[in-house]
Design a protein around this ligand. Sequence first.
Ligand code: ZN
Length: 251
Amino acid sequence: MEKTKTIAGFIAVSCLVVACGGGGSDSGSSNGGSNSTPPPSAGINSPTDAQVISLVQSTNIDFGPGANGRPAGTWRWSDTPSRHIPVYIPTPAAGDTTAQDYAAKVNTSVALINTKLAGLLVLDATNTLPTSGKFIQVSYGTSWVPPGSTDYAGYCANVATGPSTGSMIVPDIQNGIYSNPVFINLGNGRCNVTQEIVAHEFGHALGLANHFNGFGTNDTSSTAFWDVLATLYSNPQSTLAANLVVKRAPK
Ligand SMILES: [Zn+2]
């Protein structure tokens, strides 16, 4: 995808992957943007160490070089796991079964991520709006659909700097997360927000900008998805690809 970069804003331009739908808008959207064509050699189920490193590079390190003056290397949520990452899940209105369903799926994803990335990061679900620090905010029905598009399924969810926008989250000058809060927009009223889509969006919110083979469809069963996240969070931010030590998530 193309990245339209202005220091604080990367706009998603296209959605190439169905999951993106989840990710959708992600399609680029999420953080990064782009959904790049999956590297043909990258295996989903049994990536080699070299492949995991290559995927961390393509999905994270290569995103937004120099954005906000950021140094080279990886970018991600800072000070994990000691600093937990709050996930603000607004309490759905009574009778809003759609939002209730989305909130339940978010809680399921939070539990799954905390299990798979145990010791590396902790997501703290809360229904109280945090008053300080960086956090993730879940938003119902606000997935960004590009003007003129009717591909509601393809843009079923996205990660962005706010509701109903394709403006992607970006790193800060120390390769932490600049944007706050980081919005996970779920649903647009015309698509089916699946459990897989919700998990996919968390991948974007945690710093996976570009899609890859293993991040875009059925992510939670993808070894590459979990190993890339584990490796991103087991190495300090600003780690160069050449210095990454691969960390495997438990199967
Ligand atoms: Zn996506």
